[in-house]
Design a protein around this ligand. Sequence first.
Ligand code: EPU
Length: 418
Amino acid sequence: MDQIVVTGGTRLEGSVPVLGAKNAVLKQMVAMLLAPGSHRLTNVPGILDVELMGRVLDHIGAECKPDGHDLIVEIPDDLRPEAPLELVRQMRASIIVLGPLLARNGTASVAFPGGDDLGARPIDMHLAGLRALGAEFELEHGTVVGRAPNGLTGAEIDLEFPSVGATENILLAAVLARGETVLGNPAREPEIQDLVVQLTAMGADITGAGTSRMVIRGVGELHPVDHRVVPDRLEAGTYAIAGAISRGRVRVDHCLPDHLRMELKKLAETGCEVKRGDDWFEVEGPDRPRPIDFATLPFPGFATDMQPQMVALLAFGNGTSVVTENLYDARFRYLGELMRMGADVTTEWQHAVIRGSERLSGCPVLAPDIRAGAALVLAGLRADGYTIVSDIQHIDRGYEGFVDRLASLGAVIERRSA
Ligand code: EPU
């Protein structure tokens, strides 16, 4: 197991490019199952999650060939419609294969994903949406076994909450269903919009992506395409906060600042100077961040996947911030590690009260999940002495070359074997 060792105190300066979005590419790999033939994705990040999703597709019968930042995927005519537990445990987003496999094969068996470090993470809305399209499900010994004996038929579906995964599962089934599906209150995340760009190029008929009502008219078949993955707003935002927390100035290139409007607005409220163009932005950090309050919400609200990084910044603030987490019941678990570094934090249900400190002190910490792992490294950029972050396989799931990129900005950081 590797560790990241970061020595605090250096101001980061320079520019860093970001790659395609993890949370887009994983679903776009699954979308390929809808059309036999040779597909290509470009701007694919070299991250562990892409490898893990590749294993899921391999199991289903596809062949994934990485080529630098391109990924070529061959989809056969006949699929093996299942995702077993050993793969689903490693790659939770595997549940998204349910919709496309039902659409293509009329059956699908996917291990029930269960909860993870962020909380219980149920899939009731995925299943309810697919049931409305005509699927039937049984939970058999921990596996969700789905059948669509009469095929899938379009329906009116209203999501109680704009779940990213449920929207994707329904979308990936409805594109090949008979007739029209009207999806009310879908997720509006940029990654969903990019999935719709890919599906539309494949021949799907979808309107309303990015709004509160999507209409999907089923088509008889889809064809393979080449698609460039939308930039990763969460990777971009993480480097922005790396610049801010270190009191440095970091420019993030190859990104879409419009996808980070709320996060950049809140960074400006902390006293950061933010400049932006169409495909870049630059953040210069203040000496001490001003305290702010924020609540995580579905897009275009403040992203839950930027919450830990922002909290790391506020831990150095010159006042008290209140952060409300509305997406996950266990997303504050990492605060215990931040407190080991000296952060003054209390939590009450989904609220965290962060009393900013002038200094934190480096120490060994564990990365509990992707974003919290990144946040602990960011805290280490400013803490006194060394911060040693273990369990960094979580960080590898979502960030290509995290250590090298931070080092290129001047961070004193290395990856070493534990
Ligand atoms: N939910 C339900 N029932 C459902 C589906 C979701 O109650 O059927 C709840 C979840 O338990 C959670 C909330 O709704 O409390 C949001 O879940 P959502 O379905 O929107 O999230 P997801 O599809 O499981 C994706 C990202 C997450 C990101 C969330 C929210 C991927 C692979 N994952 O998860 O990304 O936090 O959307 O934006 O796209 C990450 O990248 O680090 C990460 C965790």
